[in-house]
Design a binder for this molecule. Structure first.
Ligand SMILES: [Zn+2]
Length: 317
């Protein structure tokens, strides 16, 4: 992803080398993370599972059948109870492509926008994911499986002695971002809206950075200070750790906004928005320069084009 050669990109992580491990954070509440999660600032997809008296809820299904099997295997190491629910935090393949490997009786939960996207764009998305993660990583064998229950706002799931909430806080990285909240254990799975703790940065793959700021702010305000956040691709975090990506996004916003106001081109905006104090992130060049700055630039440009009176201060929600 960070280097180009023969139209092949270097993937952000190698799907063939991921070893998943589980850690019990509270009774029946397990985080699942790649075993190199404490060694790198960006790793393969995280997941989780929650075990009640009546069954199990799994968070994420991973990129391919192998990783989904690893995840199910971790569940089976600690319980024989049925996997009754599976939640995808977004349509991104590394969070939802493994759905097909779960039992038919498992109820899949997605946001309606995630379900719609997967139903309408699966083959196109599969091509994108093969381009990103490489050929021969099991993505070719994936079968699309979408939601049995679509959640646009919030549902509460009672697993028997363990109550879980599946919530939509708003657009953060995709229109269908869901989080999974275990209130008693105070653990929140957020998927890709947070990739990993600092120095990792958000990936504004669909732009709309002002909405990302608003949603992350709502998540921050919702959480008690001692909550645990499981980000999509990194080690567990505290709510205070959300201040870092929020600071980055606000800085990006004000620099790009000023650049547009000054009539700068995208090239010139990339120069003034170099933001080198964030460059210790291993994916900085790709995420910041090729995704986030252009995304913020285009958001303001489109907005500016729409405005007849020019560029109104404060009117750029
Ligand atoms: Zn992801």
């Amino acid at each position: 992803m960070t280097q180009q050669s023969d139209n092949e990109t270097t993937p952000p992580w190698d799907a063939a080398r991921v070893n998943l491990t589980s850690k019990e954070l509270a009774p029946g509440v397990y985080a699942v993370m790649p075993d190199d999660v404490f060694a790198k600032d960006h790793v393969g997809t995280t997941a989780g599972f929650l075990i009640g008296e009546r069954g199990v809820l799994v968070v994420e299904s991973m990129l391919n059948g192998d990783l989904a099997s690893q995840l199910i295997g971790l569940v089976r190491q600690v319980t024989t109870k049925p996997i009754r629910f599976l939640v995808n935090t977004s349509y991104h393949g590394d969070h939802a492509y493994g759905n097909y490997l779960f039992p038919e009786s498992t109820v899949v939960i997605q946001h309606p926008a995630t379900k719609k996207y997967m139903e309408e764009n699966f083959e196109e998305d599969r091509r994108f994911m093969i381009g990103l993660m490489g050929k021969g990583k099991g993505i070719e064998r994936v079968q699309a499986r979408t939601a049995d229950i679509a959640v646009s706002d919030m549902i509460s799931v009672d697993l028997g002695g363990l109550r879980i909430e599946v919530k939509h806080f708003g657009f953060a990285q995709t229109p269908g971002d869901l989080v999974v909240w275990a209130p008693d254990a105070k653990v929140l799975w957020v998927g890709n809206m947070i990739q990993a703790p600092a120095p990792a940065l958000p990936w504004l793959l669909e732009g709309r950075h002002k909405e990302t700021i608003a949603t992350l702010t709502r998540v921050r305000e919702f959480l008690p200070e001692d909550a645990t956040i499981i980000p999509g691709h990194g080690r567990p975090m505290r709510p205070a750790d959300l201040d870092f990506p929020l600071r980055y996004l606000r800085e990006l916003d004000s620099i790009v906004r000023a650049a547009i106001k000054a009539g700068r081109s995208i090239e010139s905006t990339l120069d003034v928005a170099a933001m080198p104090h964030y460059c210790s992130y291993s994916l900085f060049d790709w995420a910041h320069k090729t995704v986030n700055v252009p995304a913020a630039f285009l958001a303001y440009r489109e907005r500016q084009d729409e405005e007849t009176e020019g560029f109104g201060e404060g009117g750029l929600a």
